[in-house]
Design a binder for this molecule. Structure first.
Ligand SMILES: NC(=O)c1ccc[n+]([C@@H]2O[C@H](COP(=O)([O-])OP(=O)(O)OC[C@H]3O[C@@H](n4cnc5c(N)ncnc54)[C@H](OP(=O)(O)O)[C@@H]3O)[C@@H](O)[C@H]2O)c1
Length: 268
C-alpha cells in the first residue's frame, strides 16, 4: 500500500542526532529514509516504525565513498516519491594534535563532511527543483556545528569542515530561495552522542557526555527551525546559544586558546 505521508531522508540517521532528527520528522508524520554505516540502521528503522507508526527505509553504506553516497541517493530516488525533507547530517570528528593525527583519517573525514555533503546536496537540489512546489514542502537541513564559528585546535581539520557546511548552507539557501526551497543550517553545541568517543576524544572533557546538550532537544530545535524556514539555528541550551553569539565578536586567537583548553589531549 503506498503512503500519502511526506517523505524525508536523513543521512547518518541510525543513531545520535540523526536518529533524533528522523524521530522528530516521524512525529510530524513523515516517512523517513535513513542511512548508516553499520547494521544498526535496520534496528533504527524498526524502532522508528514501532514508536511512530510511519514507514522507515534503512540503507547501509559508507558515506566516505562516492559509491556509498550515490547508493543512498539512488535508494531514496527509487522509492519513486516526492522528496519533501532532506537532512544532510552525517559527519565525523577527529581529535588530537595535527602533528599526530593520520592524514588518511582526515581525508576520509573531509570526504564525509564536505565532499559527501556536496554530492548529496547536488542530487537533492536537482530532484527538488524538478519536483516543483505542487508536491508539498521542499526543505533541506544541513547539520553544521558551533565549531563553525571558532577555530578548533586539536580538532584542527574538523572545525573547518563544519564551517564549510555552514557557509555552503547559507549560500545554497540564497540560490534556492526564489524556487521556494528552504535551506537551514543546524549548529549544535556539544551534544550527548557517540561522536566524541568515535573522534578519539575520550580522554578530554568531551569524553563525559553528562554535561552536554540533549540530542533530542538539539534535533527538535533543528526541525522546528527547518519548518519555520529559518536560515540557521544553534542547537542546545541557553549557554550554548550565548557561546555562538559571543563567538561573533571574540577575536580568533582568543577563541582558539579557549577551545584548546578543552580539546588538548593529555601529554600534548
Ligand atoms: N555530537 C556533537 O557534539 C556534535 C556537535 C556539533 C555538531 N555535530 C554534528 O552532528 C552530526 C551528527 O553527529 P552525532 O553527534 O549524531 O554523531 P554520531 O553519534 O557519531 O552519529 C553518527 C551517525 O553517522 C553515521 N555514520 C558515521 N560514519 C559513517 C560513515 N562512514 N558512513 C555512513 N554513516 C556513517 C552513524 O552510523 P552508525 O550508527 O551505523 O555508526 C550514525 O548514524 C555530525 O555532522 C556532527 O558533525 C555533532
Amino acid at each position: 500500500m503506498s503512503s500519502t505521508r511526506p517523505l524525508a531522508m536523513v543521512t547518518g540517521g541510525s543513531s545520535g542526532i540523526g536518529y533524533e532528527l528522523a524521530a522528530q520528522l516521524a512525529v510530524r508524520d513523515h516517512d523517513v529514509a535513513i542511512s548508516g554505516q553499520s547494521d544498526r540502521v535496520h534496528d533504527a528503522a524498526r524502532r522508528l516504525e514501532a514508536d511512530h507508526g510511519v514507514a522507515a527505509f534503512p540503507y547501509r553504506a559508507d558515506a566516505a565513498t562516492p559509491d556509498g553516497v550515490e547508493g543512498f541517493w539512488r535508494f531514496v530516488a527509487d522509492l519513486d516519491r516526492p522528496l519533501n525533507v532532506a537532512c544532510l547530517n552525517v559527519g565525523i570528528g577527529i581529535g588530537g594534535a595535527f602533528a599526530d593525527t593520520d592524514l588518511d583519517d582526515e581525508l576520509r573525514m573531509i570526504a564525509i563532511n564536505c565532499t559527501g555533503l556536496v554530492h548529496t546536496a547536488k542530487r537533492v537540489t536537482h530532484a527538488m527543483l524538478a519536483q516543483g512546489p505542487e508536491q508539498g514542502d521542499r526543505r533541506i537541513l544541513v547539520v553544521s556545528s558551533v565549531s563553525a564559528t571558532t577555530p578548533t585546535p586539536y580538532e584542527t581539520v574538523y572545525g573547518p569542515t563544519k564551517a564549510f557546511g555552514f557557509s555552503f548552507a547559507e549560500s545554497l539557501r540564497e540560490e534556492l530561495r526564489e524556487h521556494g526551497i528552504t535551506v537551514t543550517a543546524l549548529l549544535p553545541g556539544a551534544t550527548d552522542s557517540a561522536f566524541h568517543h568515535n573522534a578519539g576524544m575520550g580522554d578530554t572533557v568531551y569524553g563525559d557526555n553528562s554535561w552536554k546538550n540533549d540530542r533530542t532537544l538539539v534535533a527538535r530545535q533543528g526541525i522546528d527551525a527547518l519548518f519555520a524556514g529559518d536560515d540557521h539555528v544553534v542547537g542546545g541550551d541557553d549557554a550554548t546559544k550565548q557561546q555562538a553569539v559571543d563567538n561573533r565578536t571574540t577575536p580568533e586567537p582568543e577563541k582558539a586558546a579557549r577551545h584548546a583548553e578543552t580539546t588538548r589531549p593529555p601529554g600534548r
